[in-house]
Design a protein around this ligand. Structure first.
Ligand SMILES: Nc1ncnc2c1ncn2[C@@H]1O[C@H](COP(=O)(O)OP(=O)(O)OP(=O)(O)O)[C@@H](O)[C@H]1O
Ligand SMILES: [Mg+2]
Length: 638
């Protein structure tokens, strides 16, 4: 076993980010760690790496465990070559190699003792099993895979750009012959090709690793375990990512249904208690209170705040012409992007589409003036107030706490308004007082998006704005962009999202831009008539409200009926107790991640569903019997 966590907790100030995490990582296991932004993935990796202390529970690491992470050091001050830096990963190998060389020298000078020969053979064997004969090739493969040219390998570290230095450091972690490799969003600094290479690399890696990523290349090919972090709890699954998704969807559904059923039951019972507590049926009301207090609450399924409306306002309209591009030529490495003509008029909403590396980003950056054209002209119209969201920039607005930051952005001290916006962007409740500097990566991006949206711009350029939002957040953004009266350029991989918002397309491909006056994702492909999947998702079927309890008759019960009702009540009570106990047991098995796999998950799930139904029925039965008896008491004036 490499590492084990038992009931590990971690808090930041008031907030408990990890609320009892159990996890075992064994040799050779390949884990993806996923979960919403801010759920604590980075925190968990830092605990594993020993870079941070946990507050409660137990964290065990195998003795002499060698953990590799992307180094935090700054390469800007490092004069040694990239090769020398990467070679540090093989310290042990190099030491053995030197020892072997010394022995060889001794042998060449006539030392032929058995001890020397044995020592040399032993080292050779060690080298064979620790990559001692392949490390140079491994290093070069990795260097190329991460997008460098071989001749760069001997350049000093500090001559590389910031992004390149990040890639070199990633290479250092990948090459390390560690027992456990920890990677936190390694794809962030890689392009498509490099990400593909990393996916392949991890697929072939014999080492245990944990990778935090959203990258399908890695998720779909390289992992055989998935850990999902949600609300401070870790759910672990054995199997590849696709099977995780299926199992997780089932689990969510179960949880949602259980929650809804229980909420309905609670509401009905509370209503009963409210109605009768003060009257002559206090006893019965108290009985129901007992049922409620005994009830083990099903946790609410993860749901963001919904129904919030984000209004995108600005002061004045732009002129009729917003962007005019003529004969534009932009440099893209050895290639060029050439754009003879582009026009964007007031109020138009355009989808900017194109494969990664096609020049989409270059065009956007040229439009906002971050890149100068080789030739041609970009003209912005009059009265333009532009705001640009780029998920990688994360330029954070100022303000010490989230509350103050959003207050500044909204230019209002109105608490309700500020809290509404914070909640909609996933920073509700006590989070409002958190310092901006301590936000997680995804949270920073989300705050940056909020800042851009609240900038009162009449022209918005949004590059993948949905990446860090949950389902409700995406719905909210879609609505506000639909209602937006200004001009919009929108980049998104989500076709449904684009289709709902935009009314035209700019497609970047083959070194130029094609346009259409409607949304047309096929503009990118020259292939004849690609098949489109028809039909939209059916709207969810409305759940029927539970039928109101039938009015009870005003006639009293006969002696026999009364006896039966009392028996029903006692039986139901016993049944509720028995089923609750069984359900509790089953729930324990659910929360024991490994058990879920040792057992037949589906059977467990089915049993659980059935149990819940039986329990619901038993509870209803109890309530009904009790109500009948109470009604009878009331009629007979007991
Ligand atoms: N020093 C700190 N003080 C207060 N809160 C913190 C601190 N560090 C992290 N947090 C909070 O703890 C939570 C978990 O942070 P963490 O960086 O582990 O999340 P994450 O899952 O890696 O998120 P992301 O997907 O956005 O990278 C976040 O809500 C973050 O704001
Ligand atoms: Mg993180």
């Amino acid at each position: 076993m490499r590492a084990a966590l038992v009931g590990v907790t971690k808090r930041y100030g008031e907030r408990e980010v990890l609320r009892g995490v159990d996890w075992q990582i064994h040799a050779g296991e390949r884990w993806a760690l996923v979960g919403p932004n801010g759920s604590g993935k980075t925190t968990l990796l830092r605990l594993l790496a020993g870079r941070e202390e946990h507050d409660g529970g137990e964290l065990r690491r195998a003795r002499a465990l060698r953990v590799a992470t992307v180094p935090q050091e700054d390469l800007a001050g490092l004069h040694i070559s990239a090769r020398a830096y990467l070679l540090k990963a093989f310290d042990d190998v190099l030491k053995k190699e030197a020892a072997l060389e010394r022995l060889h020298k001794d042998m060449a000078e006539g030392d032929a003792t058995q001890a020397t020969l044995n020592a040399a053979a032993e080292i050779q064997d060690w080298l064979l099993h620790h990559g001692g004969y392949t490390y140079e090739v491994d290093l070069e493969r990795c260097f190329l895979g991460l997008g460098f040219a071989m001749e760069d390998c001997d350049r000093p570290c500090n001559s590389f750009s910031g992004g390149e230095q990040m890639r070199i450091k990633l290479g250092r972690a990948l090459l390390d012959p560690a027992d456990l490799l920890l990677l936190d969003e390694p794809g962030n600094h890689l392009d498509d090709t490099q990400r593909g290479w990393l996916g392949e690399f991890l697929k072939d890696s014999p080492r245990a690793f944990v990778v935090v990523t959203h990258d399908p290349e890695i998720l779909e090919g390289a992992v055989d375990h998935v850990a999902f972090l949600l609300d401070g709890k870790l759910y672990t699954f054995r199997g590849d990512f696709a099977s995780f998704q299926v199992q997780f969807a089932e689990m969510q559904k179960t949880r949602e249904r259980a929650y809804e059923q229980q909420q309905a039951f609670i509401a009905r019972t509370e209503e009963f208690i409210r109605r009768y507590k003060a009257g002559q049926r206090t006893k019965q009301a108290r009985g129901r209170e007992k049922v409620l207090s005994r009830l083990e609450r099903v946790e609410a399924p993860l749901r963001g705040p919904d129904g919030f409306k984000l209004r995108l306002t600005f002061e004045a309209m732009t002129g009729e012409d917003v962007i005019t591009v003529r004969d534009l030529r932009l440099a893209m490495g050895p290639n060029e992007l050439s754009v003879p003509k582009l026009d964007l008029k007031r109020g138009q909403k355009v989808a900017l589409i194109g494969a990664n590396g096609s020049g989409k980003t270059t065009l956007l950056r040229a439009l906002v003036g971050e890149v100068s054209p080789v030739a041609g002209e970009i003209r912005w119209g009059t009265n333009v107030v532009m705001a640009h969201y780029d998920q990688h920039q994360r330029r954070l607005p100022h303000g010490d706490s989230l509350f103050n930051t959003v207050g500044n952005l909204l230019k209002t001290p109105n608490r309700e308004q500020i809290m509404g916006h914070l909640g909609a962007f996933g920073f509700g409740g006590t989070r409002a007082e958190q310092g901006v500097a301590s936000l997680s990566g995804g949270e920073k991006a989300r705050l940056h998006l909020l800042a851009v949206l609240l900038a009162h711009a009449n022209v918005l350029l949004l590059d993948e704005p949905t990446n860090h939002l949950d389902v409700n957040g995406v719905a909210m953004l879609r609505e506000s962009l639909q209602a937006f009266k200004g001009t919009l350029i929108l980049v998104s991989h989500d076709e449904e999202f684009l289709e709902a918002i935009v009314d035209r397309t700019w497609a970047v491909a083959g070194g130029t831009v094609r346009t259409a006056a409607h949304y047309d994702p096929d503009l990118l492909n020259q292939a004849p008539e690609p098949v489109r999947i028809e039909g939209r998702k059916a709207s969810p079927i409305k759940k029927q409200e539970p039928a109101p309890a039938p009015p009870t008759s005003r006639k009293g019960l006969s002696k026999n009926e009364r006896f039966r009702a009392e028996k029903r009540k006692v039986d139901a009570d016993a049944l509720v107790a028995r089923l609750s106990a069984e359900k509790e047991k089953l729930e324990k098995r659910f929360s024991d991640p490994d058990a879920v796999f040792q057992e037949d998950w589906r059977a467990l799930h089915e049993r659980f569903e059935k149990l819940k139904k039986e329990l619901g029925r038993a509870e209803e039965e109890w309530l009904e019997a009790t109500a009948a008896l109470e009604e009878d008491d009331a009629i007979r004036g007991v």
